[in-house]
Design a protein around this ligand. Structure first.
Ligand SMILES: [Zn+2]
Length: 862
């Protein structure tokens, strides 16, 4: 491959060793936006190998492209001989600026703009760089050669074998890499740029380097430490050595997703790899640890053993999502990474998988756009949560089974059922029966729970049904085998576990509170009777329920209130019982739930009362955590401070707003501001911004070269509330000031801004064509379209959104559009059902609803 940075093109040759199995006349490969010429099929190399011919070289009589199928076909006009052959192709392509295939990236070297090139092939874009059979089960050994300007670094999956001087080209060098093991095309990678690096060898002798553009290599130290810890940690966890001799982690200024696990050459956006000791926040550090450990996990799950087809993408992503938690938790125990998994991944999965149009974890996909669309929360966090559930079920047998699976399928491909079979065989437990329904059918169950008695004994009656967020019911939907962990005051430390196999089940009951799904180890919700909710609320107030279970109760309560299975009074009562809460992730959950209600009652009667309630709710927390770091504080305290201040500020506390302005001014004047509160300060200023405030924030944006700082400002200004500033931020998001990779950040953060929703939606409709070319594909557009539209709650908005979707439907977006419409309708229903109750609850939070108005199961449990 030879990139040309003057013309933004590249040229290359590809020689594929193939086996022709039957006498065909043509050969078809994947190729997209490539011009292919000088194609030769060389059958002579393998002459005399059992075939009745002397060998020959032939050229196609016609080369034809199919844009829709993204293929090229070479028609040779005669039957090809059965047997081995070499297919040689020369091709040229564009070094595009769209963050996929082989694409260009820009950076500064001593204030001068330079160009480099990087790759992003997953899922189906290797075909934009070279003609190939671009499917995960077509594994081959790559022998890569890059011809690049002499002063530039050239990286690929394997170490350099030899560098030579091409004849007649003084300006370039030819870098030949060692051959890779058999691997899928989407994992091939090249980077060509001005780079510097730091390096170290892990305890198993693997050379790890962190590469950055000039001037930033010191910011790679934290990531290097993380990799040095976790690469050997995984080798030990998987009981399988890291399969390659080296590992490079490269930060590239333009990168569409967070990072990519190319074998031996991981590529990251800068915010996912670089930490500046002076200016990075605690959450930025956590993000880097997460992403590095996530990509490292893939070298086994994904790279060594690859999914057979994209239907089983979750085997890659769900596993990496789960194992990244193990890696981070092992290195940074104080961060409570396992709790964060529940608060973010498990809860995220429950909300992504609860729509009538949600897809199953294993999902049929064909079109590249459909494949792109499933890189989503269900695949990552849903898959991760399913792994967490099976780990809980199997205990130590889980990693043992994983080792067997890796050994059985290494350098090959596997499907979901292969994993269940091996885990089942090695543990002796019915893994397929339990896990199969969770990955094959969309959604997850809700367990309705009611107290009763039978033969004079107190019992709990349980009944399962698919949970749908809008409360719709499908009694014919297949059931799950659900792990039921039962927690009572006596079993908090050691809950009892059993499996629910049919629709109904009864278990013995104690008189005090009972909480199911102990430790939130299962992927399901639990709906209790009103009396049981009351007892659980009292238990929360008394500090008897563990942290993870409090998070689970809160999320269940508000989701069930939306579906109509619990009153909004019960949900708000549970929230209110947390006034003495200490834990960061419970506070984050409380804030999220309150924001959700605030967004729904915006422009309605209770809006001001709710804001007042919220200010009272957060004020004591702010008084406790304060603005300034205390000696000996860790990440959790820093993150909690952000939650406290940003919420009190968002609900309009004047003191907080004034202090945020003061701190921004001081930062601009003196350059000092604790990185852990910068996001909060910028955001509060942006929410209340005058033109002058806005200019100050843009000054911070313009005067830094640190990507994390730029993103902080972009996230903040997505919160502006004045109409003219909203327009300004929207226009900025598509301007040259914002890298294409960061457009999605602005638009998706603004999607949560209630003041901006209508304007942003208009902007998206106006700029639809442009947006389709930004940020590296459709994946982010479906997220943004969903994010913006699913907050609407008016009939007129619903009609406008519906009309737009009708004329702009396309593969890769259709599901997001359906889900949006389902959400808008559910918002309207929520308002109808809950608006008056929210108001009355805020008026007097003490008076309980009359029993006749309480809601629970859709029918009497039997
Ligand atoms: Zn991944």
């Amino acid at each position: 491959m030879k990139p040309n940075f003057n013309t933004f093109t590249f040229s290359g040759t590809n020689t594929a060793e193939i086996v022709i199995k039957e006498p065909v006349r043509s050969i078809t490969l994947h190729a997209l936006e490539l011009e292919i010429k000088n194609v030769v099929l060389d059958e002579s190399v393998y002459a005399n190998q059992n075939y009745p011919f002397e060998g020959r070289t032939i050229k196609p009589i016609e080369i034809s492209y199919d844009k829709k199928l993204q293929t090229v076909t070479f028609d040779f006009g005669v039957d090809l001989y059965v047997g081995k052959a070499k297919l040689k192709m020369e091709f040229t392509g564009k070094l595009n600026n769209q963050l996929h295939g082989f694409y260009r990236t820009s950076y500064k070297v001593v204030d001068k703009k330079h160009w480099g090139a990087s790759t992003q092939f997953e899922a189906t874009d290797a075909r934009r760089a070279f003609p190939c059979w671009d499917e995960p089960d077509k594994k081959v050994r790559f022998h890569t050669t890059l011809i690049v300007p002499k002063h530039m670094a050239a990286l690929s999956n394997m170490p350099v074998d030899v560098t030579i001087q091409p004849t007649g080209d003084e300006y370039r060098k030819m870098v030949c890499f060692k051959p890779t093991p058999p691997m899928s095309t989407y994992l091939a990678a090249f980077v060509v740029a001005d780079l510097e690096y730091i390096e170290a060898t892990d305890k198993n002798g693997v050379l790890i380097r962190v590469y950055t553009t000039p001037g930033k290599k010191e910011h790679g130290k934290f990531a290097l430490d993380v990799a040095l810890h976790t690469l050997p940690y995984y080798a030990d966890y998987y009981k399988t050595p890291y399969p390659l001799p080296k590992l490079d982690l490269v930060a590239i200024p333009d990168f569409g997703s967070g990072a990519m696990e190319n074998w031996g050459l991981e590529i990251f956006r800068e915010t996912a790899l670089l930490v500046d000791e002076k200016n990075s926040s605690a959450s930025a550090r956590e993000r880097v640890a997460d992403v590095v450990d996530h990509e490292l996990a893939h070298h086994w799950f994904g790279n060594l053993v690859t999914m057979k087809w994209w239907t089983h993408l979750w085997l890659n992503e769900g596993f990496a999502n789960f194992v990244e938690m193990l890696g981070v938790a092992a290195q940074f125990p104080a961060w409570k990474r396992r709790v964060r998994f529940v608060a973010e991944d498990l809860v995220g999965a429950l909300h992504d998988m609860d729509k009538p149009s949600s897809h199953p974890i294993e999902v049929d996909v064909n079109d590249p756009a459909e494949i792109r669309e499933i890189f989503d929360t269900t695949t990552y966090s849903g898959g991760g949560s399913v792994n967490r559930m099976i780990e809980h079920y199997l205990g130590n047998e889980f990693p043992k089974g994983i080792t067997k699976y890796l050994d059985c399928f290494k350098y090959g491909n596997a499907a979901t059922e292969d994993l269940w079979k091996i885990l089942g065989k090695s543990s002796g437990k019915p893994v397929s029966d339990i896990m199969g329904p969770y990955t094959r059918q969309a959604g997850y169950p809700v367990i309705f729970t009611e107290e009763g008695s039978r033969n004079g004994k107190s019992i709990l009656k349980l009944e399962q049904m698919r949970f749908l967020m809008d409360g719709s019911i499908d009694e014919t939907y297949p059931l799950w085998n659900v792990p039921i962990g039962v927690m009572t005051p006596a079993t908090v430390e050691n809950p009892k576990f059993m499996y629910m196999k049919g629709r109904r089940m009864t278990i013995p009951r104690t008189t005090k509170w009972v909480k199911l799904n102990a430790g939130q180890s299962g992927l399901y919700r639990v709906a209790y009777s009103p009396r049981m909710w009351d007892r659980l609320t009292d238990a929360v107030r008394a500090g008897e329920i563990p942290e993870i279970d409090r998070i689970g109760l809160l999320d269940d309560a508000f989701a069930l209130a939306r579906a109509g299975y619990v009153s909004i009074w019960s949900a708000l009562g549970l929230l209110d019982a947390h006034r003495n809460e200490r834990e960061t992730y419970v506070w984050a959950m409380l804030a999220g739930k309150l924001n959700g209600v605030a967004s729904l009652v915006r422009d309605e009667d209770p809006e001001a009362m709710l804001a007042e309630y919220a200010r009272k709710f957060f004020k004591p927390l702010v008084e406790r955590v304060g603005w300034d770091k205390k000696p000996g504080e860790g990440n959790l305290e820093a993150i909690l401070r952000g939650v406290a201040l940003s919420n009190l500020g968002a609900y309009g506390d004047e003191e907080i707003i004034a202090e945020a302005r003061k701190r921004l001014d001081a930062f601009i004047a003196s350059g000092t501001l604790d990185p852990d509160i910068r996001q909060t300060v910028y955001t509060i200023v942006a929410q209340n911004a005058t033109d002058e405030d806005f200019e100050k924030l843009m000054k911070v944006y313009d005067s830094t070269d640190m990507h994390e700082e730029k993103v902080r400002v972009l996230r903040a200004i997505a919160h502006v509330r004045r109409p003219e500033l909203i327009r300004r931020v929207l226009n900025l998001s598509l301007s040259l000031k914002v890298r294409s990779q960061d457009t999605p950040i602005v638009l998706s953060v603004m999607a949560g801004n209630d003041s901006a929703r209508r304007t942003e939606w208009e902007f998206i409709m106006e700029n639809w064509g442009t947006l389709l070319t930004r940020g590296g594909g459709l994946g982010w557009i479906s997220r943004v379209v969903r994010g913006v539209t699913e907050g609407f709650k008016d009939r007129s908005d619903l009609a406008r959104v519906e009309a737009f979707f009708k004329t702009h439907s396309m593969p890769g977006l259709d599901r997001a559009m359906q889900i949006s419409l389902q959400m808008i309708k559910s918002n309207m229903k929520w308002l109808n059902r809950n608006l008056r109750d929210v108001e009355s609850w805020l008026t007097d939070t003490r008076v309980p609803l009359p029993a006749s108005e309480q809601v629970s199961a859709p029918h009497e449990l039997r």
